[in-house]
Ligand binder design. Structure first.
Ligand code: ZN
Length: 536
């Protein structure tokens, strides 16, 4: 009874006695096998040569670390022709030759290591009364066998960064089972085609747009159906659209400026309040500031009177950049210090105090100094200058032209209008489309492409590409040529239900595991953890 409670049932052991303390339990055990088999010649021997003690670790017992002191025998090999004269007793599956842990403990440790990594498994193990080092756990993980999937048919491949921009690998996912089958140590064509040759059951491969994987698949087996992944196709399309928008920066800016200046002129009528001057140094600082303020007001005046930017720059002896800046500002906001200070961190507090009635800059300065502001009072003057003196609760806002990056615009404009969320600058986007016929035309082409993909109408691909190549912008043409070069796979991408979606998911899981290993993961260790723990 006691024995079956403690020891693996299959082993022919006899429990002779048990010792325990508050933290540990020690079992003294002898083997009851009558004979053992020579590992070299396989003959059975009963002739005992000697005995020794071997310490074996096991699963914990009742919250105690468990150790077995096993009396192991050495046998003579009785086959005179055998080169081995003496050998150590061999046991059944649970205790391999020379092992110092039962197999059931090894299995638990490698499972923990696969899921948690060496360090965490070691710490959790400690909490569970297992005294095993992280490196031992990792050794067990490396030794864990990968169960191969029988005859995978539909797979997805993609690359993943082992070290970003330095070293990449390839991930292979069984799309039917959504399970990682293999990690390859690089993203070379020959590595993938070799793997495919070893797995002739594969019929369909979903992949990115790179020619490397495409040629690897063709090389391995011409009959494999290739699917260009939808996500990658759309990413290429958006990229082409972005590059096209880069050629349209001038009109993108013009539309932004036009929209802003229509509601930005009235500020001239309400110049910012004058700051009370308390000493000479401050007088000088404020004066030098008001010089800019002066120029700002004059610019605005000339702007209203209808002068061009070029003319204003000439008349006021200012750079055209500064004129453009003032042109687009509705009220004067002096620069807050040339050095970057942290005044803006205190702006909410200053606004609140100002609205509460504290409008003395010196007092406010003293207050924020106590809160940790370390710079000079000057920057506080500069900021507070635009606060209205007596009117409480009305702080003028500076209207600034918003420029959007081509990347941002390629995403927004590449979305159907009905899907525009309320956070988007809808008026601006609508004006941009309306005012610029080339942007409108290319955008329509982009949207059509997306519509065909959504409707799975692959037959519209060729006419679309031909149309583009005849008369659209260069960057979109390049995209269209790429589609024609990879036509069969893109057509499948339109028509097929398979895609690299699950592969992306698995790559994310891989990244999480890699991050847990703090960049110290060897490829083999990562491979074992990613493949074995994929949907166990
Ligand atoms: Zn032998």
């Amino acid at each position: 009874m006691e024995q079956s409670l403690f020891l693996p049932a299959e082993l022919d052991f006899i429990l002779s006695n048990v010792h325990y303390t508050h933290s540990e339990i020690k079992l003294n055990v002898v083997s009851s096998q009558i004979a053992s088999q020579c590992p070299i010649c396989q003959s059975i021997s009963t002739k005992v040569h000697s005995r020794y003690l071997r310490m074996i670790s096991d699963l914990p017992v009742s919250g105690k670390i468990a150790t077995i002191n096993l009396q192991v025998r050495k046998f003579f090999c009785e086959n005179s022709a055998c080169i081995r004269k003496i050998f150590s007793e061999r046991f059944k599956q649970q205790l391999k030759s020379y092992a110092r842990r039962f197999e059931r403990l090894n299995e638990l440790l490698s499972s923990m290591g696969l899921d948690l990594g060496g360090n965490v498994a070691h710490r959790v193990g400690k909490l569970c009364f297992l005294r095993i080092s992280a490196s031992t756990i990792l050794r067990l993980v490396i030794k864990s066998p990968i169960q191969t999937i029988v005859a995978p048919k539909i797979i997805g491949v993609d690359d993943w960064a082992f070290k970003k921009r330095m070293k990449y690998g390839t991930i292979i996912v069984d799309l039917e089972k959504n399970k990682v089958i293999e990690l390859l140590p690089d993203r070379e064509a020959k590595t993938l085609s070799k793997w495919l040759e070893q797995h002739p059951s594969v019929e369909i491969v979903s992949r990115d747009r790179s020619s490397t994987y495409a040629s690897a698949i063709t090389e391995a087996n011409k009959n494999i159906v290739q699917i260009a992944d939808r996500w990658h196709i759309l990413a290429n399309l958006t990229e082409g659209f972005e590059q096209f928008l880069n050629t349209q920066r001038q009109s993108i800016k013009e539309v932004a400026v036009e929209l802003t200046s229509t509601n930005a002129v009235e500020a001239v009528e309400n110049p910012p309040p004058v700051v009370e001057i308390e000493n000479d140094i401050e007088l000088y600082q404020v004066q030098s500031m008001s010089k800019y303020h002066d120029k700002f007001l004059k610019t605005k005046q000339l702007q209203i009177e209808g002068y061009s930017k070029r003319m204003i720059a000439k008349l006021l002896e200012m750079s055209r950049n500064t004129v453009l800046k003032y042109w687009n500002m509705s009220s004067f906001l002096p620069k807050v210090g040339k050095k970057r200070n942290n005044l803006l961190d205190y702006e909410d507090y200053l606004t609140q105090r100002w609205n509460e009635g504290e409008q003395n800059v010196k007092n406010l300065y003293a207050e924020i100094r106590e809160k940790g502001f370390k710079y000079q009072i000057r920057s506080v003057y500069e900021l507070m200058q635009r606060y209205p003196k007596t009117i409480i609760n009305v702080i003028p806002e500076m209207v600034k032209v918003k420029y959007y990056s081509s990347k941002q615009l390629s995403i927004w404009l590449g979305t159907f209008r009905k899907d525009w969320s309320d956070e988007l600058p809808k008026t601006y986007l609508a004006k941009l489309i309306n005012d610029n016929p080339i942007i409108r035309k290319v955008r329509n082409a982009v949207l059509n492409f997306k519509r065909f993909m959504k409707d799975k109408t692959g037959e519209k691909l060729v006419p679309w590409c031909k149309n583009i190549i005849e008369d659209e912008a260069e960057h979109i043409k390049r995209f269209a040529r790429g589609i024609l070069n990879d036509y069969q796979a893109v057509y499948q991408g339109f028509e097929s239900n398979w895609s690299n979606g699950p592969v992306e998911g698995q790559v994310n899981r891989l990244k999480t595991i890699k991050r847990q290993m703090y960049g110290r993961a060897s490829f083999e260790l990562l491979r074992k953890r990613v493949v074995i723990t994929s949907k166990r």
